[in-house]
Design a binder for this molecule. Structure first.
Ligand SMILES: Nc1ncnc2c1ncn2[C@@H]1O[C@H](COP(=O)(O)OP(=O)(O)OP(=O)(O)O)[C@@H](O)[C@H]1O
Ligand SMILES: [Mg+2]
Length: 218
């Protein structure tokens, strides 16, 4: 079996930047990685992603949002995550089930028990071995994310970026709460640092946790 690492944190904290850098580091060391993301990661889930992140869908109800995340996750788990873990890969997933707790429970106010039930159906017993929380002030992350959206040519995917700062502060609080409750699984890094310093901190903390035997079997 492989090893499952998720990256979490508020908008623009640097997840996508850092997950690619960790993947590159692992490939150089001889590991085989599968880089994926949520919502999305496969054709059907990417279609759900475009509904979820489209700013035109500002009227989406919190419960619809939650169910769409769960549907996208169920497909992604079955089609991508489980097969990749079974083929001894290090699976690196940009956001996963903790995001649903942070955004839909702490952010939107949906009862945590509903979220836990849906997550457990969607995940089929799969939980991350390790979760890297890239923590920063939401105001800093949102500034970076907005700049990236303005500069990129792809779909704007900004429904969450348009939420209030109070919403994003609740999301950050949720992530920090999860990390304090499950401190064995979570590693927190300071997302306000430079890209290089964060990458070095992640490598120092993550590499010793990865089973050495995975290098040989990949
Ligand atoms: N530590 C950093 N310092 C300065 N800029 C950064 C840092 N990390 C990332 N950036 C830049 O900020 C923008 C957002 O970074 P990135 O896309 O990695 O964040 P993210 O957490 O994946 O965002 P999202 O939640 O929107 O997916 C990018 O343009 C990236 O180049
Ligand atoms: Mg990203």
């Amino acid at each position: 079996m492989g090893y499952f690492i998720t990256f979490e944190g508020v908008e623009g904290c640097g997840k996508t930047t850092q997950i690619k850098m960790l993947s590159d580091n692992l490939l150089k060391l001889g590991y085989s990685t599968k880089l994926t993301r949520e919502p999305g990661g496969c054709k059907i889930s990417d279609k759900i992603r475009s509904i979820l992140l489209d700013a035109e869908n500002s009227g989406m109800s919190p419960l619809t949002e939650l169910m769409l995340y769960a549907a996208a996750r169920a497909q992604h788990i079955e089609e991508v995550i489980v097969p990749s873990i079974e083929s001894n890969k290090i699976v690196l997933c940009d956001r996963f089930s903790d995001a649903t707790v942070a955004y839909q429970s702490y952010g939107r106010g949906i009862d945590i028990s509903i979220i836990s039930t849906l997550n457990s159906y969607a995940c089929q017993g799969i939980t991350p071995d390790l979760t890297v929380l890239v923590d920063c002030e939401p105001s800093l992350g949102l500034m970076r994310a907005r700049k990236r959206i303005e500069e990129s040519a792809g779909p704007r995917e900004e429904r969450f970026e348009l939420e209030t700062l109070a919403f994003h502060n609740r999301v950050r609080k949720g992530y920090l709460q999860l990390a304090s409750e499950q401190s064995d699984r979570f590693l927190i890094v300071d997302g306000s640092d430079t890209i290089e310093a964060i990458s070095a901190a992640i490598a120092t903390k993550v590499l010793p946790r990865i089973p050495e035997k995975l290098r040989a079997v990949c």
